[in-house]
Design a protein around this ligand. Structure first.
Ligand code: GLN
Length: 537
């Protein structure tokens, strides 16, 4: 097989949550910073076709790409690190693999053959891995395999990697294996045995790891690296430690110090130079040296979970660095907010973000929160459901439509100021059927939005079924809530702002998905600025 694209496979062992996604993203950053066109792909061994139907409790945030794919949150890290868009091709699940194979079988494409895991499922996996490589857009494709080696559901992926590495030939495909080196405090020692076992498990499937990345809480001494190298058949320089970092954005530099990029490029027979991390390090410097602090409330119903609002939290880090301010995000559970305690819960905040979400739980608390920040002139950003709640609150408490609601919560609402989109009415399948991906939006001159974006037309990513009901547009606008962003084709209202308020913006789309280290999202940057101004006042 001749190939110009090089492949790096990242597998994990011992335990999940070792930070494979961050290691993949950090390595990609270093390779990109050496001038290699690099992308990252995530293969997920679960049977859901995509994570769109998964509860955030199960799987954290669902990340949406430009082309409207509902994907794993690791793709968010890939985009934030690399500042290049991903697409459906960057995330493949077992569900999608099987769906595609079964569709081919129904079309008769297997010509009477028995369809089997090997070769049909593994062939499909191999094809999906190579889609990005064959596009000609990338020098290097990093493929992260979800789960841990030895899992039953990971087997076809590991076998596909084994075959592909064989097909690709020397120097064209390498395997990085991520493991844990635990510290046993009773013994006062770091332990290599779990790593040895994990490497052995991988070898049982015919794969020899080229590089070991060892997650650890303590520095790995030289003799331990030597031991790992000897017992795991890797060069000593290819035993890389991944020590706990205070921020994920430190990891590229940590990997650089460990020489991960060097070892990778050597194994791939590619030229090695010094990565240019100037912009990245400028960001880090601002991030680590804030001039002051602000606290912003994040109101949602999954706040106890770090991963549920991942992109929002990261967007605040980018926007904080841009403003040279530390943004403390205070998670506040919407279910426990009511009219009586809202002042106590929100009174001390410099800004409030009401989060996206689905369903009825915690809705009234969100509405009480919006009323409080609107009346007390606290900067507000409402995202998707948060924007819808702002429209409902305004309709109820300013326009005077007391029973205003969304038809998502009350299908019989007398004043359905938020209602299901016309083309959603006939849809019965839940998976992949929302209004998804990037859509254009025209901004009204002189609005906060147009100033923030510095442009008249923007494009942002969506994920929703309900929308601002245009039947109420005049009434709501006359009362002082303005539609300042509208889709040019459908006239759907995408942005609302309240006139007599220093900074009150609700957006139907998800700006958080597009915020990156190199390009902090202007809306988050302006929101943080407004919160900072509020603090100084
Ligand atoms: N549940 C709302 C809708 O479907 C909002 C979705 C969201 O916040 N992503 O329109």
């Amino acid at each position: 097989m001749t190939t110009t694209t090089k492949y790096i496979f990242v597998t994990g062992g011992v335990t999940s949550s070792l930070g494979k996604g961050i290691i993949a993203a950090s390595l990609a950053k270093l390779l990109q910073a050496q001038g290699y066109r690099t992308t990252i792909q995530k293969l997920d061994p679960y049977i859901n076709v995509d994570p769109g139907t998964l509860n955030p409790y199960e799987h954290g945030e669902c990340y949406v790409t430009e082309d409207g794919a509902e994907t794993d949150l690791d793709l968010g890290h890939y985009e934030r690190f690399l500042n290049t868009p991903t697409s459906q091709a960057n995330n493949v699940t077992t569900g999608r693999i099987y769906q595609s194979v079964i569709e081919k079988e129904r079309r008769g494409e297997f010509l009477g053959k028995t369809v089997q895991v090997i070769p049909h499922i593994t062939d499909e996996i191999k094809e999906r891995i190579q889609i990005l490589g064959k596009s000609g857009d990338y020098d290097i494709v990093i493929t992260e395999i979800g789960g841990t080696v030895g899992d039953i559901e990971s087997l076809p992926y590991v076998e596909a990697v084994r075959q592909l590495r064989w097909d690709l030939g020397d120097n064209n495909g390498i395997v990085i294996h991520l493991t844990l080196v635990p510290f046993l405090s009773a013994a006062g020692e770091l332990k290599t045995k779990p790593t040895q076992h994990s490497v052995k498990t991988l070898m049982e499937s015919g794969i020899q790891a080229d590089i070991l990345v060892c997650r650890t809480e303590h520095d790995l001494p030289k003799d331990l690296r030597k031991k790992l190298a000897l017992f795991c058949n890797v060069r000593e320089e290819a035993v890389i430690q991944s020590i706990d970092a205070s921020t994920i954005y430190d990891v590229p530099n940590l990997m650089l110090q460990q020489g991960l990029d060097k070892v990778v490029l050597k194994k791939l027979a590619l030229n090695d130079s010094t990565p240019d991390l100037t912009r990245w390090n400028e960001f880090l410097k601002r991030h680590k040296n804030p001039k002051c602090e602000i606290t912003i409330g994040l109101i949602g119903k999954y706040v106890e979970l770090q991963d549920s609002y991942k992109s929002i939290l990261e967007a605040f880090i980018h926007a904080g660095a841009e403003n040279e301010v530390k943004v403390n995000v205070e998670p506040i559970h919407s279910e426990y907010i009511n009219e009586d305690n809202v002042k106590l819960k929100l009174g001390h905040l410099q800004g409030v973000l009401v989060a996206p979400g689905f369903g009825e739980r915690g809705i009234e608390g969100k509405i009480d929160a919006v009323r409080f920040v609107r009346e007390n002139k606290i900067p507000f950003l409402g995202i998707c459901l948060g924007m819808q709640m702002a429209v409902i609150e305004y309709s109820r408490n300013v326009v005077g439509l007391k029973e205003a609601n969304s038809t998502e919560m009350d299908p019989e609402s007398k004043y359905p100021v938020i209602s299901i989109m016309e083309d959603q009415k006939s849809i019965t399948d839940m998976g992949g059927t929302m209004r998804l991906g990037a859509w254009e939006c025209n901004l009204k001159p002189d609005s906060i939005a147009s100033k923030v974006y510095g442009s008249e037309v923007i494009s942002e990513r969506h994920r929703h079924r309900y929308e601002f009901n245009s039947d109420f547009k005049d009434q709501i606008e006359n009362a002082g809530m303005l539609a300042t962003g509208v889709n040019p084709e459908t006239n759907l209202v995408e942005i609302v702002e309240v006139k007599d308020h220093p900074w009150f913006v609700g957006v139907q789309y998800h700006p958080e998905y597009k915020s990156t280290v190199a390009n902090p999202h202007p809306l988050f940057v302006a929101f943080v600025k407004a919160a900072l101004k509020n603090k100084k006042k």
